[in-house]
Each structure stands twice: as C-alpha cells, then as structure tokens.
Design a protein around this ligand. Structure first.
Ligand code: SD4
Length: 328
C-alpha cells in the first residue's frame, strides 16, 4: 500500500476509535497558545456551520489526498444549507431583492480564482475554481462571471428567494434601513483553510455577502488578500464579518505577512483585529469581524472583534467546535 493510502487508513481507524461521531462537537474554549500542539493535517473553518463543511472536506482529503477539492467540496455543503442566510442562493438578498454571491479559492503556490457579484450560480466556489484553472485571470464579476459559468456548463438557477429570505426581505422593506446586526443574519460566511499531510496549504471562502447591501456591493470574500490568502512558504488565513472593515486592512494578507515575520498565527490574528479596530474606530461597536490562521507547521490561531465567533477544527485525531477570543 502506498504511504499515503496507509496513512489515510490509519487515520480513519484511529479517528473513529478515539472519537465516535459527535463526541467532540461540544463547544470548547480554544486551547491557550502555549498548550497548542502542531496539527497536520488540519482544517479550520468559520462558525458553527464549519463542522459539517469540515466533515466533508476531511472525508475528501482522506479519500483523495486532494486539498483543493477538499476545501471546495467542504464549503459546497454550506452553499446548499437552507438554514444559512449568508451563503449560497438561499442567502438574504440585496436591496433590490436579488441574491448575489462572492467566492474565492487559493492554493499555497499562488494559484487563485474568484467570482464577485455573481447571480444564479448554485456553487460560486466551483466557479471560482474554474476561473483559477481555466482562465488566465484571477477574478470575474457580475454578468461576465455568469456568462463564464454558462460557458463552463453550470446550470443557471431561477432567482426565487428562499421562504425564510423572502420573509426577512419583506420585513426589511418596511423601513429599508441598512444596519448590520452583529453575529446575526449577515455574519455567516464560510472561510476554510487547510494544511495537508504534505505541508501544502489551500483555502476557500464563499458568501452571499451582507444582507440588504447595495446592488453591486462586493465584500472581502472574493478579494484575494482580504477574505482569503494562502502561501505555502508561510501559512493561510481567512476572514468573516463586515467585509468593508476587512478590506481596509487587507486582513488575510496582513496575517500571513505577520506570520512570515515571525508572529504565531494567534498573535497575527490578534494584531489584525487590533488594526481593524484602529481603522474602523468610529463604528466599531456595530462591527463584527473574525480571522482564522494556520501556519505551515500546523499551529493555528483565531480572534475576533466581538464575542461569539466560533470555528470548527478537524485534525488527525478529532474534531471540535471552538470559540475564538475577542477584543471588545
Ligand atoms: C461580506 N465578509 O460580504 C462577508 C460577510 C460575512 O459572515 O462574513 N458574513 O462582507
């Protein structure tokens, strides 16, 4: 048996013996930095919905060894989750009542692809991967992205709001005021970062963006360096929260660069939050933003502006849902 296949078999056996399903899913406090071991392979993703997404990503990684497919297939689970109002076509629409989606995918060798402000595509993350693999470009937006999807054989979905999204949109229209609500409705993007057994990294990020945003608004998630950044020489980072605040500091790129200069993933996430608060001071009490980071050694970190940012961790030996520290 090849090394990789025997590794996969051993991992599957040890994981299922040690951790029958669900046993580690209780929300736990993140271990203190000094207590953190180095984990490889390791998959982190944002919020509670990261658990089923990570389950899928882990399964794909174990079965195929393909990290990019793992991070794509993982977040596709969230893109189809009808309970999630911030990812996929069932997400809350913009002010005109239209769901528009943003997504990005990146490999540690610098390959990346993204789509922004795209309509009618069920899996924007797969379209982002097509941009990465089938075009000379990094980013396609709006109608051009939709045309590219059609050319690639993607089925165009009807633009009908999900019942839950429609109800909330009708309520919103009564006053038509834009006001982000921390950790609720408009903060459920999934960002996933993964370190493979061979030390290579990849990440993905997908969202329907902020609820009731202006038509044409693009958040941080499809912006390489803001919502996602991956570099095999250093590590990976992803973001969730108010995209405008994250773009202002190039959050994910900043974290990877801080790690390159010697900060641990935890220190880098904390510094990014500090900087985000400094650059968004006026409105900070209404802003939630959270970051996840992994370095190539298998150390990881997480930190948020406000209380309540959870993230899922899958590693060789278990899985759990952790709660990030916060600044305010
Ligand atoms: C955005 N960052 O479009 C996304 C929203 C988000 O959890 O993260 N929601 O600004």
């Amino acid at each position: 048996m090849s090394d990789r296949r025997s590794f996969i078999k051993k991992t599957l056996i040890s994981t299922s013996l040690l951790f029958p399903s669900g046993i580690l899913e209780a929300c736990a406090q993140a271990p203190k930095e000094a207590e953190r071991e180095k984990l490889k392979p390791l998959i982190l993703s944002t919020w509670d919905h990261g658990m089923p997404a990570n389950d899928k990503a882990w399964e794909v990684l174990m079965q195929t060894g393909d990290l990019v497919s793992a991070v794509e297939e993982g977040v596709k689970v969230t893109e189809l989750d009808m309970d999630n109002l911030s990812v996929g076509l069932q997400g809350l629409p913009d002010r005109e009542g239209i769901p528009t989606l943003d997504a990005s995918i990146m490999k540690g060798d610098g390959s990346c692809g993204s789509v922004a402000f795209v309509r009618q595509v069920k899996h924007p993350i797969s379209l982002a991967r097509k941009v990465m693999e089938e075009t000379p470009h990094v980013m396609l937006a709006g109608e051009g992205a939709r045309q590219f999807a059609i050319a690639q054989g993607f089925k165009m979905e009807e633009e009908v709001l999900s019942p839950k999204a429609n109800e909330m949109y009708q309520d919103w229209k009564v006053e038509s005021k834009y006001k982000p609500i921390i950790n609720i409705e408009n903060h459920d993007t999934i960002g996933m970062i993964a370190l493979g057994p061979d030390g290579k990294l990849a990440g993905s990020c997908t969202t329907s963006g902020l609820a009731f945003k202006m038509h044409g608004r693009v958040g941080d998630s499809p912006i390489i360096g803001a919502g996602l950044y991956v570099d095999d020489e250093v590590g990976a980072a992803t973001a969730t929260g108010l995209g405008e605040s994250i773009i202002r500091i190039c959050g994910s790129f900043l974290i990877v660069e801080l790690m390159r200069q010697g900060r641990s993933p935890q220190e880098a996430c904390e510094e990014a939050v500090r900087r985000l608060i400094a650059k968004n001071a006026k409105d900070i009490k209404d802003i939630q933003a959270g970051f996840l980071a992994i370095n190539k050694e298998g150390e990881y970190g997480a930190f948020a502006v406000q209380k309540g940012f959870t993230y899922a961790r899958h590693y060789n030996g278990g899985k759990d849902l952790l709660t990030a520290g916060y600044k305010m």
